[in-house]
Design a protein around this ligand. Sequence first.
Ligand code: GTP
Ligand code: MG
Length: 352
Amino acid sequence: VDSRKSWIRQPIVVVLGHVDHGKTTLLDKIRGTAVTKKEPGEITQHVGASIVPASVLRKVAEPLKKYFPKVKIEIPGLLFVDTPGHELFSNLRRRGGSVADIAILVVDIMEGFKPQTWESIQILKERKVPFIVAANKIDRIPGWKSNPDQPFLETIRKQSPHIVNRLEELIYRLISQLYEAGFMAERFDRVKDFRTTVAIVPVSAKTGEGVPELLALLTGLVQRFMKKRLVTSDEPGKGVVLEVKEEPGLGTTIDVIIYDGVIHRGDTIVVGGKDKPIVTKVRALLMPRPLQDMRAHEGKFVSVEQVVAATGVKISAPDLDDALAGSPIFVVSSEDKLEEYIKLVREEIESI
Ligand code: GTP
Ligand code: MG
């Protein structure tokens, strides 16, 4: 009998795209939305990631009810990995794919596909990560009337016909470029089958127009097609190392994304190292200190007893100097399984 407690975790979302097409601005906008619309006490900031809680998804989706009446939110939120780009994405490896459950490919709608857009799509294809396209910077279409933070379907109704036509042309260019890359694509509100067609959401990361649909669509897609992948339980944690970092007073630490299970302070972990897997014990699990608690004499982090998937957390432990970004990290369930875990980490490192 399996007595473990299980839950649906936050899907892990990554943002990719060409330089200057607006990845950071979009993440900042999403993070800002999460902070201003959250309930008191809800934590949105993680190490290397930020969470948009379900309560925020509900509020953001509210004005969309008349277009999509049936969206019920069952996930606890969305976890966005904070440092966007290729290099980061390649650190999100997991056997047979990626730790990213879904991606946003950001394309400047005025520029269309650029070299790193093609590269990003190639990487997503190789790792089999589903994605949606954020057709960004719609506010830069000459003559566009901005309606800050409104749904795309509202703001489009307030534009003059020739602006609507111009937008359609620009979207059509993206559809052709996606076709060249091997994907059927369509504006999100015209997609009939999301399993075969990539959805394009026109947005402005600057004004927030279209961001409600972007969040609602991510939510809808993962709930419809990925719920099984999102089920986790209080089993020994699994994660991936995003970054290896020196911290004043703590020495070498690792920033990890836990995508499955639980990790406790004091747990034995195995993590990939330069020459061989490192076996060590978690000295501290560190989360960013909430801004309102900032006091001059305290550090940037608060120590917690345990974290559950999905989470971005900093781990302080002895012997992490040789730890490798991109390597797996496993909590060892019992000492007699240690050799098994070491072998597993070694195999995964070799497959990178
Ligand atoms: P890299 O991290 O260098 O790859 O760039 P990025 O993709 O993170 O782009 P970033 O968010 O830094 O944006 C690049 C520039 O475009 C900045 O000057 C932003 O202010 C601007 N920008 C981003 N999104 C929008 C938008 O929706 N509308 C307008 N008008 N400007 C935008
Ligand atoms: Mg950036």
